[in-house]
Write a protein of this length. Sequence first.
Length: 340
Amino acid sequence: MVQQQHPIILAIESSCDETSASVICGGKVLNNVIASQAIHSKHGGVVPELASRAHQQNILRVVNEAMQSAGIKNSELNAIAFTRGPGLMGSLLVGVSFAKGMALALDLPLVEVNHMEAHVLAHFIDEPKPSFPFLCLTVSGGHTQIVLVNDYLNMRVIGETQDDAVGEAFDKAAKMMGLPYPGGPLIDQYAKNGNPKAFKFSQTVMPDLSFSFSGIKTAFLYFLRDRKKENENFVEKNLNDICASLQYHLVQMLLHKLKLATKKTGIKEIAIAGGVSANSGLRKAMKQTAEELGWKIFIPEFQYCTDNAAMIAMAAHYKFLAGKFCGLDVAPIPNMEVGV
Ligand code: KG4
Ligand code: ZN
């Protein structure tokens, strides 16, 4: 069989609480349709059962919209791609099963994609693109990793969190302050008008390139408890300063390890990816550090920071070119690891 060099691929993402579909043609992303699930905000976090039900309700509409807006017919597709993991089992199952059904019906090959690798490969959707090898700080609601990226399909984690992810720390701190889920973007908003040096929080110091966010989370909990004893309106009155200080600490923790990683590897091309890479404090601090230390940094467009199918499509494009397909017996892997 002659290998198609300009494949047209439909990609589906359903690992957590966004149902998304994207069509990619010859490595060019044509669209990125996303249906977000507002239902979780009143529960203070993603409820897996509700997430999988919402995926079931949304997936056909999202896929149809992606195909129609791309102007691509089913008969023109060369493959169907999907997120195999990591993610929530019930959510992954919806995307995996839908992709399998389509592949079977249209007699097309299937491409499985690792969600965390796709966050890294989101950097190849638009210019400027990093060159290999580069480091990628992947920060989301479920992960905090420093990834050494040697090639599109050759990457490994060189540092990661030993407990909570940084996005989780943002969201849980927000919840403690009575803010709705996901709290990360809200903390970012309030922080813009606050003093980052107003409050200090202790944190666990981890060896080497490991992260830990459970210590600062607990310190934050006790900080709020003690201050609220003195003044029950403490949070309302100091929201901007609290958010700015917390964000400052979390961003510094990320940058500290990233600096260490650049020293260890000698690599100065640095990318950030994942939902928390949308954080304006992190983006600003990355730009400042880049100027100071001569880093070349890559920050994705907002729509490609949080979960989206365009990044799944991008990863699928490279897997397709490498001839990496999977069978119809494929199953989701909720704890799928990078580079394995
Ligand atoms: O990558 P993502 O969309 O989903 C996961 O794979 O987890 O990341 C979601 C995470 C949430 O924790 C959310 O609060 C966080 O990214 N997030 C932010 C911002 N935007 C999204 N955290 C801080 N500042 C933001 N602007
Ligand atoms: Zn993600």
